[in-house]
Design a protein around this ligand. Structure first.
Ligand code: SAM
Length: 290
């Protein structure tokens, strides 16, 4: 690998942008990486070998993709912006193990891709994510039960902190619980704004989510538990009883929720933000039987 000639060299990125007269599309969250150290961190945290099939979300002009193609057996990159497709054909022409798909990751049948390109075996997701849509992308990957080994992604630093947070922290919420139900999060690196072109307005972080073989707590009705979690965090300052009984997604009365809390040995005045996953699972099992 000659780093001087790769897109991670800001001069090469600038040349490519100029050659194709490419204008960054703000609506697609385009901030391209120009720091080899950061890309090294991503590849290292994702623990990629030639045995691996990687799903990349948003290859941009192919900066991270070039490194993924060197490290992995196969790379599937899904890019929404059709203006980037001819550029990717050029910048990735030296690699025969990369397939670029011009589509919206929220609309693609990821399960079908995994079957087609990796025989249904778990893939590793690696991406410098578009920040306007980070949470929906992560939730979609987790909730669809796509065969995944891990998700290693660049996200806004604040989102990385939310994914890792526990009860009592101001960052704790529905995203923390969903991530920690399915995965073990590990914050691999903090990334400053000057590692991107153009610079984003916020700091970033690389986070690795390693999928558990089975979820971290047992619950009879996963969907009900997540509705309870969303209801409890929708109005943070309210008690859990009020949050759940007011939820348009649920049909439990105040009395039923208070009774469930009593069965758990808890007061009616508890707030959702003090609850851990096990407590939400228990609450869900009790309410599910009512
Ligand atoms: N991977 C490149 C890099 O690191 O330099 C680009 C990262 S940039 C932060 C995010 C990329 O995701 C952009 O190329 C953008 O066009 C693409 N993108 C945005 N929304 C998308 C979506 N819904 N589906 C697929 N790609 C998307």
């Amino acid at each position: 690998m000659d780093l001087e000639k790769m897109l991670v060299n800001p001069k090469v990125t600038a040349q490519v942008l100029q050659k194709y007269d490419f204008k960054f599309a703000k609506k697609f969250g385009q901030n391209f990486l120009i720091d080899a150290h950061v890309i090294g961190k991503i590849i290292q945290s994702a623990d990629i070998t030639k045995e691996d099939c990687v799903l990349e979300i948003g290859p941009g002009i192919g900066t991270l993709t070039q490194f993924l193609a060197e490290a992995a057996g196969r790379v599937i990159s899904v890019e929404i912006d059709n203006k980037l497709i001819p550029i990717l054909e050029d910048t990735l022409s030296a690699y025969d193990n990369v397939t670029v798909i011009n589509d919206d990751i929220m609309k693609v049948d990821i399960g079908a891709l995994v079957r087609e390109y990796n025989g249904g075996r778990p893939v590793k997701v690696v991406a410098n994510l578009p920040y306007y849509i980070t949470t929906p992308i992560i939730m979609n990957l987790l909730e669809k039960h796509v065969p995944l080994d891990s998700i290693t992604v660049m996200v806004q630093k604040e989102v990385a902190l939310r994914m890792q947070a526990g009860p009592g922290s101001k960052d704790y919420g529905a995203l923390s619980m969903a991530v920690q139900y399915y995965t073990e999060p590990y914050l691999a690196a903090n990334v400053p704004q000057n590692c991107f072109m153009p610079r984003p307005a916020v700091d970033s972080a690389v986070i690795r989510l390693k999928l558990y073989e089975k979820p971290s707590v047992e619950v009879r009705d996963e969907k009900l538990m997540f509705k309870l979690i969303r209801a409890s965090f929708a109005q943070r300052r309210k008690t859990l009883v009020n949050g759940v009984s007011n939820s348009p997604e649920l049909a439990f009365s105040k009395e039923e929720v208070a009774d469930a809390l009593k069965q758990m040995g808890l007061s009616e005045s508890v707030r959702g933000e003090t609850f851990n996953l096990e407590q939400f699972a228990r609450l869900s099992d009790i309410l599910g039987d009512m």
